[in-house]
Ligand binder design. Structure first.
Ligand SMILES: *[C@@H]1O[C@H](CO)[C@@H](O)[C@H](O)[C@H]1NC(C)=O
Ligand SMILES: *[C@@H]1O[C@H](CO)[C@@H](O)[C@H](O)[C@H]1NC(C)=O
Ligand SMILES: *[C@@H]1O[C@H](CO)[C@@H](O)[C@H](O)[C@H]1NC(C)=O
Length: 629
């Protein structure tokens, strides 16, 4: 008996070790095709974190993926998480496992937070990409494509302006230029021109457009030189625009990564009003440097005074030699001679590393800074004065995320909650019905109430309720119950919505060893008899409520399980007694420890095998279409 106990213990741990092989993604009974990424989170000061949810759009490959013959669960695309890394909404199914970018909450439509994003053009050129706006019911209410001659819908920016009437997008177009400027008058190359367009969100009409050609010369690029070889379409990506914003005066702020420069462009006539940083620096008296920057946004802009946030990924190119990427808040005054630019806040990447890829910086309503360092989904939140309050990254290094945002949001899905139910037992005395429920995108559910029916046509009988603690909630009811529904209840006790009526799955009773004494296979029972006054069993259920989100929690659960097994084994030992037993006990403890080391070891090795995202500069893999229309 003892040895079989030991064997069991080992088997248990082996099973646990295998479970960990896909520990970096979430699984749900109610959404079996979804494998959402998990976060590893470190909270340093929860009280000072701003309220809100994380809006992230993990991707595996930057270029659109084609279909594969391998089973591919839904894992990339738009996702909303709470601050503990619990899934709130996955849009992976809605967007068929395709990439989206710049996924965020916006406050341009009435008083409720809406959602905007860029739907990337697919591998098969079915469409050329869209800018989308969704309401809190996850319904698409705006969908704009880019005018044909402006190329593919660029993935850097979809900046819905406050009025909700228009949005700014970055554009990439190609044209041929002569290399006179580089003293090679006989040569021509294709040039990728950076620009932006302001689109009417209702008609998709281009309200305003601007291009870098003839405004920004080759002299400003740090990416090409007089020795660079000429290129075919799409050509020299000489400015690489990656963000655009607009102030109330109607002027535009552009960030160009390959000139290390922010440009202010006049809305009236398109001329460049000023340049900050870069090769032609000298316009400003500047007390800081930046390079390869992303996501420059106005925090305040009035007359000659501007406050701007940006993510400075700190280049290793000839101009700068910073070793850490940072989010910056800078203050600009253009009425003085020279004009001045001051760094007023700097938030360094907490792990003191460099953000090689993308990223963004968002100042939250309470002035906290929320930064996305991109690779591995690394995000952090700082208080205004620079105290780090939270850091998190995807458990899986396979995924990245271009921009992450934090927004308050109320989600009210129109689809009903998802549910599965199944019955288990070996005879009439131990039948239980297990129910799992989730409601993709519903933020306001506080508790779930469950109902069963004797038949399709009978009245629902309350069989219990349970607090919602995670994306998916489990409930176990005694008896074989069928025709089940779950009703979502909010904090104030108001019903939010109900699932469809679900039938309960049952096993092959003979195969599971049914030994019922009535000589018949079990049938659904009358819930009115089992639960006469709807006396739910909420309390019993509170313990086992969905998966523990953090990997720490899982490890803790393992320790508890192993300790329980050990104490069971210990009581077995007491019955044998004496020195022999003591030796056995020690051996067993060694086994438990050993098994643990083994699990850890396997886990580590497994992660080493995980394929990392290819290290090439992501932005260079951006596919460009040929100018065929
Ligand atoms: C939002 O506005 C609508 C109509 O203007 C109003 O009925 C609703 O109560 C408001 N909601 C909140 C949360 O203020
Ligand atoms: C900054 O980011 C760009 C891509 O966005 C990358 O090419 C460059 O190498 C990065 N700089 C450093 C120092 O990592
Ligand atoms: C279940 O419902 C009862 C009665 O409405 C309520 O008092 C109790 O707080 C609920 N329990 C949970 C966990 O929601």
């Amino acid at each position: 008996m003892l040895w079989s106990g030991l064997l069991l213990l080992c088997l248990h741990n082996v099973a646990a070790a295998w479970e960990h092989t896909d520990d970096d993604l979430m699984t749900f009974k109610t959404l079996p095709d979804v494998r959402a990424v998990k976060f590893d989170i470190e909270h340093l000061d929860r009280d000072r974190a701003a309220p809100g949810y994380w809006f992230v759009s993990p991707y595996l490959h930057f270029a659109p993926d084609g279909p594969t013959s391998a089973f591919e669960p839904f894992q990339v695309g738009p996702h909303i998480y709470d601050q503990d890394g619990r899934l709130v909404w996955t849009g992976s199914i809605m967007f068929d496992n395709h990439n989206v970018f710049d996924f965020r909450g916006i406050n341009s439509f009435g008083n409720e937070t809406h959602i905007s994003m860029i739907q990337q053009f697919p591998f098969n050129d079915d469409h050329r990409g869209y800018g989308l706006v969704m309401n809190p019911n996850f319904e698409i209410i705006r969908k704009v494509a880019l005018r044909g001659d402006l190329g593919l819908f660029d993935i850097h920016e979809f900046n819905v302006l406050d009025t909700g009437k228009s949005a700014l997008v970055t554009t990439y177009t190609t044209q041929e230029i002569s290399l006179e400027e580089y003293n090679r008058p006989d040569e021509k190359t294709q040039l990728e021109v950076g620009g932006f367009a302001e689109l009417d969100l209702t008609t998709a009409q281009v309200l305003h457009e601007w291009k870098s050609y003839n405004q920004i010369s080759l002299a400003e690029t740090v990416h090409y030189s007089p020795l660079s070889r000429v290129e075919e379409d799409p050509g020299w990506d000489y400015v690489h625009i990656n963000s655009v914003d607009k102030n109330s005066a109607g002027d535009y702020l552009l960030s160009m990564r390959f000139t290390n420069t922010l440009y202010m462009v006049s809305g009236a006539d398109g001329h460049i009003m000023w340049r900050l940083n870069g090769r032609r620096n000298g316009e400003f008296d500047q007390d800081f440097i930046f390079s390869k920057q992303h996501d420059a946004k106005f925090l305040h802009s009035e007359g000659t005074h501007h406050i701007i946030s940006l993510l400075n990924n700190a280049s290793d190119e000839e101009f700068n030699d910073e070793s850490v990427s940072s989010a910056l808040v800078i203050e600009i005054e253009t009425s003085t001679t020279p004009m001045t630019a001051r760094a007023i806040r700097r938030y360094k990447r907490p792990d003191e590393d460099l953000t090689r890829l993308r990223g963004n910086a968002q100042v939250l309503p309470n002035k906290n800074m929320f930064a996305c360092w991109s690779q591995g989904g690394y995000i952090s939140e700082f208080t205004e004065d620079g105290e780090l309050v939270m850091s998190a990254r995807f458990t899986s290094p396979r995924f990245s995320n271009y921009r992450a945002y934090k927004n308050e949001f109320v989600g009210r899905p129109t689809l009903p909650p998802d549910m599965v139910a199944s019955v288990h037992g070996t005879d009439e005395t131990n039948l239980v019905t297990s129910i799992w429920v989730s409601w993709n995108g519903a933020t306001e559910v506080a508790t779930w109430s469950f109902y069963a029916r004797k038949s399709q046509f009978d009245n629902p009988v309350f069989i219990g309720n349970v607090t919602k603690l995670d994306f998916e909630t489990m409930f176990i009811a005694r008896g074989y119950l069928d025709w089940i529904t779950a009703e979502a209840i909010d904090r104030n006790g108001e019903a939010l919505g109900s699932s469809n009526v679900h039938r309960t799955d049952f096993p092959d009773w003979d195969a599971v060893g049914w030994t019922g004494f009535s000589g018949e296979l079990p049938k659904p029972q009358d819930p009115g008899v089992l639960y006469p006054s709807g006396d739910g069993v909420a309390d019993e259920n509170d313990i086992d409520n969905g998966p523990v989100p953090s990997s720490d929690g899982t490890a803790k659960a393992e320790v508890i399980k192993a300790t329980q097994m050990l104490s069971k084994a210990q009581s077995a030992v007491r019955n044998i007694g004496g020195l022999f037993a003591l030796v056995l006990l020690l051996a067993m403890m060694a086994t438990v420890m050993g098994a643990f080391m083994l699990i850890r070891g396997w886990r580590v090795r497994f992660y080493q095998q995980v394929k990392l995202e290819e290290g090439l500069p992501e932005e260079e893999t951006r596919l460009r279409q040929s100018e065929d229309d």
